[in-house]
Design a protein around this ligand. Sequence first.
Ligand SMILES: Cc1cc2nc3c(=O)[nH]c(=O)nc-3n(C[C@H](O)[C@H](O)[C@H](O)COP(=O)(O)OP(=O)(O)OC[C@H]3O[C@@H](n4cnc5c(N)ncnc54)[C@H](O)[C@@H]3O)c2cc1C
Length: 388
Amino acid sequence: MAAQNPPLHVIVLGAGIIGLQTAVFLLEAGYKVTVVAKNLPGDVDLEYTSPRAGAHWRTQATANEIELAQWDRETYEYWLSVVAREEASRRDGFGVGDSGLKVCVHYKPEAEGWSLTAAALPRILLLVKTHTSGFGGRGLMPKPPRDGPNPEISQGAQSIWWRNVVLNFKVLDPSVLPEGVYFGVTYSSFCINPPTYLSHLVRQIETAGGTIHRLEIPTKGGLGAAMAAVTDAVSSEPPFAIVNATGLGAMALGDKNMFPTKGQTILVSNESPVIRIRIGDGDPRVDPELSQEIVERCKELAPDILNPDGEFEIVSEQVGFRPSRSGGPRVELEGVLSARGEKPLIVVHCYGHSGAGYQSSVGSAKKVLRLLEEQKMQGTAEIRERVG
Ligand SMILES: Cc1cc2nc3c(=O)[nH]c(=O)nc-3n(C[C@H](O)[C@H](O)[C@H](O)COP(=O)(O)OP(=O)(O)OC[C@H]3O[C@@H](n4cnc5c(N)ncnc54)[C@H](O)[C@@H]3O)c2cc1C
């Protein structure tokens, strides 16, 4: 991409996975980037979702959701390249590149009563082992709806759009499936240690010359006032654009389609290859009954890491709220009039990724970059027209 001279300034509001990944790509493309956020990696706050994620790559996009599918595909391919680079640098003795990304085999059964025993599961094969801690993963799909088969596998493996995206996609022979399971595949997927990955992105931003400031932007005056406040806080000159990557914070900025979706996770010592997903209520407290249910299911799936008493060494239990949005994530450009009524500020919204913020982060950040590049071209054309 052509170097900008002087570089155009973009402010990224938000330091979750979405804001940080976007900042990395903007810096690579030659923009000057300032990240501004109330919460930064290392913080613990119920409204800061990214450190509380699972997290793994298990696309939720259907075959008809072309753009969402594209984002997930782009992320998968990008992460493969990150892991390959890190492996290569370790082989060369540099030992650098601690992203917290890990390739694992993902097991996807489709069952009415998905009671699985570890003995029935195929051998878990780790393609790449990193020295970072993380969550290994066999992902479990919820039960298919009672009124019909899961549309994702309506025509067996043929209807799975991502079968040619992931590595080592394999339909399991029915003979190896546990009782009650009617369909299963294995494929190579990614597991992420969220705090490690967020810190990795911060390092990338700082190395590339980006700056990160802790600042809470007041939201009472609405989007225009908030965007003007961001601008004033960072620079005396209006920026080229602001990226609104506020996650759940977009609710306070006036998006009525946003809503939180609860998730509960349990961190245990040792590496467990199990991820259990369930959508819950709005209670910010850990639900002990749900924890017990998760633990009991996981005992079946990960007996290797139980202590001599047959229990997990539980490190922590946590609740997180996914930034969900009816209609799906909002990634679009808007001219926002500031409260002072000056020239509209270019705002690119990028929020509402719900339970897919990690796996779609690369694709949606690339879209933000494309929108800004288009805007830059338009601006250049306008200037040329004016000058003659
Ligand atoms: C239990 C659980 C499991 C999950 N598992 C997965 C998974 O396996 N795979 C996957 O892809 N995704 C998963 N997710 C979803 C993923 O975590 C989210 O989609 C993602 O973290 C959202 O990131 P974000 O950057 O949009 O929001 P956040 O991480 O919440 O970041 C928002 C940022 O905006 C800032 N901000 C907001 N308002 C203001 C303001 N007024 N002023 C200044 N700063 C502000 C915040 O301080 C913060 O820095 C999971 C989520 C949960 C809860």
